[in-house]
Design a protein around this ligand. Structure first.
Ligand SMILES: Cc1ncc(COP(=O)(O)O)c(C=O)c1O
Length: 424
């Protein structure tokens, strides 16, 4: 590279580097190019209508108030977002660091064999399910993108039956992935009287191609029994519906370990398993899709076009994580302690909540039913929670508490909440 020393730039559009010729370069600067004009009037940008219709953030009032409180320096306890603060285990962090290669290469869609084997080892130990690491599993860069992209492999706007059913309230990505892949969104309202379990009878089998379930459930924390999962499998097999089970919270529990859908079947079924919550790796972005060989083959064909292959060093960290249970056991204990603190408080305060020992969410019914007003009132005390309406229809009248701040912060927040007599 030619380094120009202290010479004023002359050629329009060219880039110059100031500094010395021995490589100790300084600022990069460029000469404005008179031909690159900056338009002042623009024609309206044509958006994908699905994106355009997504609309503005519905909880603007809460967001604005939070910013004001932050500016004022109010101490905030954030139970709003499901991103826990516990440190990632040292073995996982070191595996990542040791995995950074000297020469960087593109990662491949199927990823490293060692990662797929480590995941299959976990699946065998945890769920008693034997999978072929070559043909029945595929890594993803977090389960969010996997969930979003999966319908692209199976749906097309020309298909007559292209409905995707999913529970509401729920994780919003099932709907977005459906619509942006040309599918028809078929939300199914989850009801308290059914323990927030999606009832297969509420699904129209004539229209449905794919069914998403998610237990332990975000946002309610509801967990499914083996028998419930069997009934869903039976329905899907009978009506030739692809069954996708989002098992993001399967390893966060205090009582009986939640079952995987793969314990019942792999036929026309996929489980989406994530390291984010299990191993405190939200920022690493690592998950695994597992199940039916043909479905995995279709995703393997699709995914190189998207460019979501996981970085090799993240794969090394993920192998360490799937191979270890000790760090997960510690996390389970921490979430269990926080869950107990809050449920004890709810009992004393007479607040109605969904009893659960899985996931790190608590779903609380609001005394007068206005979840947004309640969330705003708690925010004045520095307690941030998510109003149920943020998770779609059926969420109104509840708030979700994500047990993510540390134990001491949970205690402080409860003290403040308990002081709000009129609000319990
Ligand atoms: C139900 C559910 N599924 C999937 C995800 C995505 O997890 P990740 O992309 O971190 O694996 C989340 C994240 O909060 C979730 O709540």
């Amino acid at each position: 590279m030619k380094v120009v020393q202290n010479v004023p730039p002359r050629v329009a559009g060219a880039c110059y580097i100031s500094g010395s010729a021995d490589g100790a370069v300084g600022r990069i600067y460029s000469v404005p190019n008179p031909r690159a004009t900056h338009e002042t009037s623009k024609t309206p940008l044509l958006l994908n209508p699905i994106l355009a219709e997504q609309g503005a953030y519905p909880l603007l009032r809460l967001d604005e108030r939070r910013q004001e409180l932050q500016k004022k320096g109010t101490e905030l306890f954030d139970f709003g977002t499901g991103d826990p603060r516990e440190p990632t285990d040292g073995k996982i962090r070191h595996a990542l660091i040791d995995g950074v290669p000297e020469v960087s290469r593109y990662p491949s869609t199927p990823g490293k064999q060692g990662l797929r084997e480590a995941f299959c080892g976990w699946m065998e130990r945890r769920h008693g399910v034997t999978l072929d690491p070559e043909s029945e599993v595929l890594p993803a860069t977090g389960s969010k993108e996997a969930i979003f992209h999966a319908p692209l492999a199976f749906l097309h706007h020309s298909h007559e039956r292209r409905g995707v059913a999913y529970g509401t309230p729920g994780y919003p990505v099932y709907e977005r992935g459906t619509l942006l892949s040309g599918g028809e969104a078929l939300p199914v309202e989850l009801k308290g009287e059914n323990g927030f379990l999606l009832q297969p009878e509420a699904i129209d089998p004539e229209r449905t191609r794919i069914l998403w379930i998610n237990y332990p459930h975000n946002p309610t924390g509801a967990a499914a029994t083996y028998e419930y999962l069997e009934s869903v499998v039976e329905f899907c097999h009978k009506h030739e519906i692809l069954l996708f089970s989002d098992e993001c919270y399967n390893d966060i529990y205090s009582g009986e370990p939640p079952p995987s859908i793969l314990e019942i079947t792999t036929q026309r079924t996929l489980a989406f398993c994530s390291l984010s919550k299990r191993s405190g790796m939200t920022g690493y972005r690592s998950a695994m899709m597992a199940g039916d060989e043909e479905l995995i083959a279709a995703l393997r064909k699709l995914r190189p076009s998207i460019g979501v292959a996981t970085q090799s060093f993240v794969q090394d960290a993920a192998s360490a994580a799937w191979g270890d249970e000790a760090h997960v056991e510690k996390r389970r204990c921490v979430f269990g302690e926080k869950r107990d603190l809050f449920t004890e408080f709810f009992e004393e305060a007479g607040l109605e909540y969904l009893p659960t020992d899985a996931s790190f969410y608590l779903w609380v019914a609001i005394p007068d039913g206005d979840d947004e007003a309640y969330a705003l009132r708690l925010m004045e005390e520095g307690i941030i929670v998510a109003p149920g309406r943020a998770f779609g229809a059926g969420g109104e009248g509840y708030i979700r508490i994500a047990l993510v701040p540390g134990l001491e912060d949970c205690k402080l927040a409860i003290q403040r909440w308990a002081g709000l007599e009129a609000w319990t």
